[in-house]
Write a protein that binds this ligand. Sequence first.
Ligand code: NFS
Length: 636
Amino acid sequence: MSNWKNSVDPAVDYLLPLAKKAGIETTWDRYEAMQPQCGFGELGVCCRICWKGPCRIDPFGNGPQRGVCGADAHTIVARNLIRMMAAGAAAHSDHGRHIALTLLEVGEGHAPAYRIKDEQKLRNIAEKLNLAPAGKDLRQVAKEVALASLEDYSRQKRSIPCNWAKATLTAERVDKLIELGVMPHNIDAVIAEIMHRTHVGCDADAVNLLLGGIKGALADYTGMCLSTELSDALFGTPEPVVTQANLGVLKEDAVNIAVHGHNPLLSEIICDVALKMNEEARKAGAKEGINVVGICCTGNEVMMRRGIPLATNYLSQELAIITGALDAMVVDVQCIMPALTSVAECFHTEIITTMAENKITGATHIEFREDSAVESAQKIVELAIEAFKKRDKRKVNIPDYKQTAIAGFSAEAIMAVLSKIDAKDPLKPLIDNIVNGNIQGIALFAGCNNPRAIQDNNFITIAKELAKNNVLMLATGCGAGTFAKTGLMTQEATEAYAGESLKAVLTAIGKAAGLNGPLPLVLHMGSCVDNSRAVSVAVAIANKLGVDLDKLPLVASAPEFMSEKAVAIGTWAVALGIPTHIGIVPQIMGSSVVVEFLTEKAKDLLGGYFIVETNPEQAAAKLVAAIKERRKGLGI
Ligand code: NFS
């Protein structure tokens, strides 16, 4: 298979032929071997929910139209889809629970490896959650915030909405979601409810199932929102930082450790410990000491807060090992390919799993616990140094590709930058420029890579097109990884690709903020849980304009998505009123009811809707059209 159709990332292009030559299989080979993929599965009409099946509905109408229990295509597609939303919500919110429990430990005076790095943020959160923090001791505030967050996992009264969902959305949106019966009261209960209602012989009404799924997706929003905010309190709120991205950030003369996964609880400590163990690395022969790099969302977390360089995003994670220069890959949860250990067998790389619920056969497991975080991190770094000693220099092939990337645009950082123009009313310059059309709208890029698309290509093509159309762009997750790797998070990219009026605004703001040039073309907002940061900016704008989110010229795009988490995120974006593009055909096409609900009826009900478009140029045109329609609605 020639590489041009795999990825537009030059580092991937460089390494894949080497992998092929060495007989190492990557995700692209496995994808090719999997062709043709099951047509029933692609349409979502295969049901494996009970063991009378598997059942599959004939999409052409000649064969069976109902499963053995009588479920039709609509029921089957809707059930399959909302179970994905439940899984996505479980992943994000379990991450959030972990952070909330750690904050509780800190509040109670345990977990000595952690402290409140951003006191002001914690107090702001407490304020937002109506916990009256003024005059209270910091530890007390930490405890109260943690308990209020954990309440969102335990409340039994269905009539009381989750604290975080209620506190972070517009009042109008909260009312609408309550009225539709989709406002979550308890993240865990809502996930369990989806598993229950999709059990054999339960909910068989596709629309009712979808509404249950939307509630689950909003539970996902709740979990990611608290993950983000509490992480900021514990580890610091991101501020703009200049760093680098792509596999060229690996160093020949350093012990290279990649932190991969999602939860910053361990990676933060590894970064701290690595700083202290540079000398040991040097003694082992690594002249440059220890070089920590990131992959996927853990990478985004440490990039935003510490300027740790990002090695790569989801689809090319195996290639970090194929450089022959990676000494250890430390993984926690989510988006970690089980293939990593087989690739690592051909090299000296240690794959280290750290979470009791996430082990991979063939990996070394060093269990992470909050009370012994530093000890675990030390063991991990020692293992990496040992592995470095076994590195085979002949196998080292670090691609000479890396780009500058400016990261760290939390909502607070954006407000701080804007306040340089108008200290009293920071949002005013942004809103004025949206109203006068210099900025046509805002687009949030999120989500993964998927071998069904050329890696990074959809992101880049759509972004360049939106830039031309003067759309302000934000990015998270592996989408942010794409833009970081390809140099679109730079001032130069703004000069090269932004439309005239967008360029003028980004330059005025950048200069006022002392950047000596424009803001980057795409603003890095963080990991996937950090999509909630984009919501908080949007909510601030909506509140200021006195409208709900579904009136704003705001769109979202997940042009290369694949994970259940992305399904949940896309769905809550729609539920919050945002036109949301997906660039991969979703596995729902076997049900006209489900397709129509998500792409059309949702618009009447919630304001947001899905736009399915696999062609990136056309996707960009559709996103611009959605923005124009919103502008028209606002009379601007
Ligand atoms: Ni998001 Fe982050 Fe990447 Fe997709 Fe996976 S790392 S949480 S799910 S693949 S963007």
